[in-house]
Design a protein around this ligand. Structure first.
Ligand code: SF4
Ligand code: SF4
Length: 319
């Protein structure tokens, strides 16, 4: 396979967050780079601001004092004052595309506005990553590319990974695996570990829960493991949606053929959490899950037991 020619380090990608000191997404202490844009729509997604590639206005209404400063500076009139009620209130139009100028974010006296998405160069992202080089060395950590879905911006990502490897930084990718195999294999050349989701082994259910079928995902996973790339499988645990005994056992049957391969590093269980719920409101969206899907300790113990029967250890990752 050919390596894509190195781009200018001034090439940009749209990123919605860069987070230091993570201990959940790969070995050691890690910096996580979140790429904006994802082809899936998982009902439980904790990063709704990472789903769409476009800039999005996050508005914390409870902080707003309705001063109108954002209205005055917005070039496309996303912000407006609504005088239809008892008092005049600042509102956000969701049908107009934000240009990402950040004027409203800057001018707001209450920090009520946050624009999701920033176009950063490889140099800028690398500079941020390198700030914690000492932590990576002492802990065996490094950088993890996440999202959204990193495979939606593969050219930037492969060059960023290449630069990290030149600097001796350990690399990982957290992915849904829903991408063209060629793109994943290009990333794989400079990637030390894939954190690879299986969200539901049943493709019909997968489509209902995420918006896409899983055949391509499972095919790509098989290719990566068979080609010797290091993979850890991650299974989000959303009670009643993907946690039945039948689904867990079918997943283990699928993974059985990879047993014994040194590059297949087993399974992490990611119990549902509600950390992203408030962000839906800030984006003017409705949280898709209406029922209680939280896992109890008993639920997780039962699932660990089923997985153990197939000779696999399941590690529970709690955020
Ligand atoms: S970032 Fe610019 S275009 Fe977007 S809402 Fe704020 S002022 Fe308007
Ligand atoms: S600038 Fe901030 S506080 Fe003032 S109306 Fe806009 S969001 Fe509200």
């Amino acid at each position: 396979m050919e390596v894509r020619p190195l781009l200018s380090l001034e090439r940009k990608a749209r990123i919605f967050n860069m987070q230091k000191y993570s201990i959940y997404d790969g070995p050691g202490i890690r910096t996580i780079i979140f790429f904006k844009g994802c082809p899936l729509r998982c009902q439980w997604c904790a990063n709704p601001e990472g789903l769409e590639k476009k800039y999005q206005v996050m508005f914390q209404e409870e902080l707003c004092i309705h001063c109108g400063k954002c209205v005055a500076v917005c070039p496309v009139k996303i912000h407006y004052m609504d005088d239809s009620g008892d008092s005049i209130k600042h509102k956000v139009r969701r049908d107009i595309n934000c240009t990402g100028c950040r004027s409203c974010e800057t001018v707001c006296p209450r920090q009520a506005l946050n624009i999701a998405g920033k176009d950063l160069t490889i140099t800028e992202v690398l500079d941020f990553i390198q700030q914690d080089a000492a932590f990576y060395q002492s802990s065996g950590g490094g950088v993890t590319l996440s999202g959204g879905e990193v495979c939606t911006q593969p050219v930037f990502a492969v060059n960023l990974l290449m630069e990290c490897k030149k600097l001796g930084i350990n690399t990982a990718i957290e992915t849904s695996g829903y991408a063209e195999l060629d793109a994943i294999l290009e990333l794989a050349q400079f990637n030390d570990l894939f954190l690879y989701d299986i969200k539901n082994i049943n493709s019909d259910q997968h489509e209902v829960l995420t918006g896409v079928r899983n055949e391509k995902i499972l095919r790509n996973l098989t290719e990566l493991i068979q080609r010797g790339y290091k993979v850890k499988v991650r299974m989000p645990m959303i009670k009643g949606l993907n946690t039945s005994e039948e689904i867990i056992r079918k997943t283990m049957e699928f993974l059985k053929s990879f047993h014994g391969r040194p590059n297949f590093l087993g399974v992490d269980l990611l119990p549902y959490h509600k950390l992203g719920v408030n962000k839906y409101k800030q984006l003017g969206k409705i949280y898709p899950i209406e029922v209680d899907v939280a896992m109890t300790e008993d639920d997780l113990t039962r699932i660990e037991g089923w997985i153990g029967e197939y000779g696999l250890d399941a590690k529970i990752i709690r955020h």
